[in-house]
Design a binder for this molecule. Structure first.
Ligand code: GDP
Ligand code: MN
Length: 378
């Protein structure tokens, strides 16, 4: 789950990281009022779940409350990478001497938290990785011991030469690791970590993603969820109890079981297609879930063909078949649907579908190839 910068900064503050104060505004009036209270130059920052806001015009320095109001007017309602800005953070501007990058993420290869730090902060870290990889230092952490003091120190010396800055940054490394583990993050990033002309090290941006599976034991973090800020399809899927991830292809997939869903996506690619989504309807056999799944898939204008791949165990094929028929009655489904069902109550299911005019198969290869072909023809 992605959270906003202002929320991520709250987690960082709780861990002791030096973060400038800030308040959130939903209107230009509020932004002006906050700016006049802070006084001096402030930064008005779009709160959306993406980086690169600066480049998109979503981060502006305002030298007066009046100017803060004007920037807030512009930024509120702006679209950044398909996301509409509904809130801005107003924060006192800092003078910047240097900008560094500090991030912790999960390294899948070693299954460990990994620090990535670079003295070339402020810009896209992907760009630094591509053009100047030696400017990035990576350090994998053994979770049994956590970040050891000498490791934190060594990361800090990669960023700074000045002993006072190294000392502050060493502390920040430990605090960031603490925030990362305490909140079950999959990513915790400070970009930029600045040094002010007076020599103070501060985090002026924060980006955090939380592991969804840990939210049940982190009620305060779970409250950070902003339904307004995530794609409508993902909200709807979660409410319906479906695991759904939107992708960029044109073959809509509806599968039961995460493993089968992954295998189905692999097979779509094998036959030359691109999946439009990952969707696991789970192990139950509630026809309503199938209706919700089809509503979500058909709401995506890129979908050119819909592929069902159901392996009936606890999930009963006839329930899925009834769900498909019910969905077709309730919503206008434009793309062709191809269906593969096998397992529990397969015969009943094939009968239900045939009666309703759907073509159904029992071979996985056959049905995936067909769906890819139909999507390509559309
Ligand atoms: P991002 O573009 O979404 O990563 O947003 P950031 O918060 O990182 O802001 C982008 C850039 O705006 C930073 O790299 C800074 O160069 C600049 N910026 C942000 N806050 C301040 C500030 O308080 N003072 C100054 N001088 N520049 C800032
Ligand atoms: Mn940033």
């Amino acid at each position: 789950m992605d959270i906003h910068e202002y929320q991520a900064k709250e987690l960082f503050r709780n861990a002791g990281i030096p973060v400038p104060p800030g308040e959130v505004a939903e209107t230009a009036d509020q932004a002006e009022e906050i700016a006049s209270r802070f006084g001096g130059t402030v930064v008005v920052k779009a709160q959306v779940h993406t980086g690169g806001r600066g480049k998109a015009g979503g981060v502006k320095l305002a030298s007066s409350a009046q100017e803060a109001r004007e920037y807030a007017e512009n930024i509120l309602g702006m679209t950044i990478k398909d996301l509409t800005v509904k809130k801005v953070l107003v924060t006192p501007a800092e003078d910047i001497a240097t900008e560094a990058y500090v991030g912790v993420l999960i390294d899948r290869a070693t299954q460990r938290p990994m620090f990535m730090v670079s003295p070339e902060g402020g810009v896209d870290i992907e760009e630094v990785a591509a053009t100047n990889p030696e400017a990035i230092r990576k350090l994998r952490i053994d979770p049994r011991y956590g970040l050891l003091p000498h490791q934190a120190y060594s990361l800090a010396t990669f960023l700074y030469d000045d002993p006072a800055q190294i000392k502050q940054a060493t502390r920040v490394m430990g605090q960031l690791y603490e925030a990362f583990t305490r909140n079950s993050c999959s990513l915790a990033e400070i970009n930029p970590l600045i040094v002010t002309p007076a020599g103070d090290v501060k985090a002026i941006d924060a980006k955090v993603s939380i592991d969804e599976s840990a939210l049940f034991r982190l009620p305060e973090v779970a409250d950070y969820r902003d339904l307004d800020a995530e794609p409508a399809s993902e909200t709807k899927a979660r409410e319906a109890g479906l695991s759904f991830v939107k992708l960029d292809g044109d073959v809509g997939c509806c599968v039961n079981g995460a493993g089968l869903a992954m295998a189905t996506m692999d097979l779509v690619k094998y036959y030359g297609g691109e999946p439009a989504n990952f969707l696991d309807i789970g192990g139950s056999s509630n026809p309503d879930k199938v209706v919700s799944a089809l509503e979500i898939i058909t709401a995506d204008p890129n979908v050119k063909a819909i592929l069902f791949n159901i392996f009936g165990g606890i999930t009963r094929c006839d329930d899925v078949a009834n769900g498909i028929v019910e969905a077709a009655r309730r919503i206008d489904i434009q793309p062709p649907i191809v269906i593969r069902l096998t397992g529990t109550n397969e015969e009943e299911a094939l009968e239900i579908l045939k009666e309703a005019g759907f073509s159904a198969f029992t071979s996985m290869d056959e049905v995936v190839e067909k769906a890819v072909e139909l999507a390509a023809q559309a």
